[in-house]
Design a binder for this molecule. Structure first.
Ligand SMILES: [Zn+2]
Length: 253
């Protein structure tokens, strides 16, 4: 508490008008303190919502990867079925040609037919090798799918847990905000409408800080020097003072 030289409280020597200005200033400082509490919680809620979104996106990414793997498996299976059909055809063709060998009259025609049969058999061997390769690739993709499914299931469980936690935290922050808003309303009733409008405009325009404290002739709102006289004028409570630079309402301890 500031004391005069004679031990008289400074409040008692302030004029009636100065008392009113001081009350207004104190109420505005109180509003700012509730707005600080509210803004801190809103920003916290924003961070929690960001986390919720990030987790949802991460799950969506996992689902997408799983889908891509499943499509790859479908593609491999389709190719293998086609190769198996062609392989069966080659075998049948080779058998059919083999049956014709007995009807051949000339040695030259016999050689040609045997060449065709070898060709069909060779093609079938290549197909069988391809089929084996595809089966190996299918196993790899199946294993990736199974891992991705397990990871997704685990991820969904984890996210369900953390999201429930985040939601609970958000609810509790919102309850606190409502309580601070009530305190704000009570304090706002003490402030003249003209000052309240100024305060609201500044709060919106100045990143949630309508009030600025003076420390060592520096405005803590914009960190710039203010005229030295301002600190002295402030103590006289003639009127509200504003920072020449950032326009915030000034106060000091
Ligand atoms: Zn300033």
């Amino acid at each position: 508490m500031a004391l005069s030289a004679g031990g008289v409280r400074m409040d008692e020597v302030l004029s009636e008008n100065a008392q009113k200005v001081k009350e207004q200033l104190n109420a505005l400082i109180e509003l700012q303190s509730w707005d600080d509490e509210i803004n801190r919680r809103r920003s916290h809620i924003g961070q929690l919502n960001d986390k919720i979104q990030a987790e949802k996106q991460s799950l969506a990414g996992q689902r997408e990867t799983l889908e891509v793997n499943k499509q790859e498996l479908d593609h491999l299976l389709k190719n293998r079925r086609e190769a198996e059909v062609t392989s069966k055809e080659k075998v049948e063709q080779a058998q059919k040609l083999g049956g014709q060998l007995f009807e051949i009259k000339t040695n030259e025609a016999y050689q040609t037919l045997q060449g065709e049969i070898r060709q069909k058999k060779q093609e079938n061997t290549w197909l069988e090798e391809r089929i084996l390769e595809m089966m190996v690739a299918e196993d790899e993709v199946k294993s990736k799918i199974s891992q991705a499914e397990n990871a997704l299931r685990q991820g969904e469980q984890d996210v369900a847990g953390t999201q429930a936690g985040y939601q609970k935290e958000i609810q509790s922050l919102e309850t606190e905000i409502t309580a601070f808003e009530q305190k704000w309303e009570t304090a706002a009733q003490k402030v003249k409408p003209e000052y309240l409008n100024q305060y609201r405009r500044l709060l919106a325009a100045k990143g949630g800080r309508a009030m600025a404290k003076i420390e060592n002739d520096i405005c803590m709102g914009c960190r710039l020097s203010i005229r030295a006289q301002a600190t002295i004028e402030l103590k006289k409570y003639r009127t509200l003072l504003y920072c020449n630079n950032c326009a915030r309402i000034l106060y000091s301890d």
